[in-house]
Design a protein. Sequence first.
Lengths: 248, 261
Amino acid sequence: MSAIYILWLREVKRYSRSRAQIIASLGQPLLYLLALGFGLGPIFEKAGQGSYLQFVAPGVIGMSVLFSSIFSGIGLLWDRQFGFLKETLVAPVPRLYIMIGRTFGGATVSMIQGTLVIVICLLAGFRPQHLSSLPLAVLFMTFIAIVFAALGTTIGSLLQNMQGFQLIMNFLVMPIYFLSGALFPLNNLPVGLRIATRINPLTYGIDGLRGAFVGTAHFSTATSVAVMSVVAVVFLMLGARSFARIQV
Amino acid sequence: MIHVHDLVKTFGEVKAVDHISFDVSEGEIFAFLGPNGAGKTTTIQMLTTLVAPTSGTIALDGIDPQQHPHDVRRRFGIVFQDPSLDGELTAYENLELHGVLYHVPKRTRVERTERLLKLFELWDRRDGFVKTFSGGMKRRLEIARGFLHTPKILFLDEPTLGLDPQSRNQLWTHVKHLNETERVTVFLTTHYMDEADRVAHRIAIIDHGRIVAQGTSQELKAQTKTESLEAAFLSLTGSTIRDERADAADQMRQVAKMWRR
């Protein structure tokens, strides 16, 4: 247990020390929120869908959790390059503990990041309707954080060096975000998009988050919780498996 | 303390380690010398549970690394060829993390951390981030870390690579001191013959995956009728230059070097 804790603590310490990086990573969600929230706002309202800012804010919060959790997992690659990974792999600790410590550290960090974005959203004019369902919102943020930190760990274990990074970014992370219903409502979609959004776990995470914050969810809370739980377990197992197979 | 018998490791067609056998007794400093690509690092990786042997037997303190990796890992400390510190943590935090991973009880950990950091002259810099340390300081910290959990065996894979003579000299003085006071068995590889000559009790020379000679420095010189260990080494391994194929690890090492500056 102490091994899991110390590796978790390492992730949190590293995050809290990279102030410049924290500020920098708030830029992107801010841009999405302001450019889309206010830019598409008038059209969205004319279409009779209400305030776009209210709609997109949960998506932007989900995005920041997605990005920081997936990158914390891929941070494994840096540890490989800077050699620290070997130090943990020769330690008398099961690899599963190492993987869990890292993954939950990464998930914690992305939760903090998500909370900062919530504050930004509030400043920009986002108004959650039900403060009583805040615990539910936190639950969905946790789901997104764990699912994608585990996915990041899997990718980080499989990649040998940084060259595959751009590929992952363009063909995995961005599609997960854009095909998730973070930016648009899930009803009346063309068939292709409909299928893509339904098989994307982030869809359920963000939909659950939106349901908790503004009360307009597409799926029922039970469905989203069930899907996210199953995906979290599967991805954690995948991550553990691929981490256990790392060769130095 | 280390017993290796008929050890083989093949990567596809290449025999990296070809039927080697040797024994290292408790408290001994054993040097493993050889040209680039001779199989030194592969041997260390097999001894330290990182790579599975193709065939042959290994016992560290009587235990097989493949059968009981955790028992073996508790018994050795290692300083890798490449740095393996976390630059974003302080020197003290790096040791703390190591101590926790190796299940060192807190009191012992705190005491030994202080003692080792003082011995390696890093106590004043204990709260400095490792990324701000010089190459020599990082190496000293890694060796201090290797000793933290009172291992029975310390592996040093080219620990003095890229250090100035002062740092090298000081580093070996500390290692010798700890070898004498804590009875740690030391298994080292190096390219500097003078270091092996000075610190090692016994030396094995490996070339093309085979051990071509082993014994004390005196014995090796006598066997090859040469004056210095360097001459003995060259007479045993020839003077052709070995071009190692750059594998993924080497490429990574290069990238890491690039990023560090």
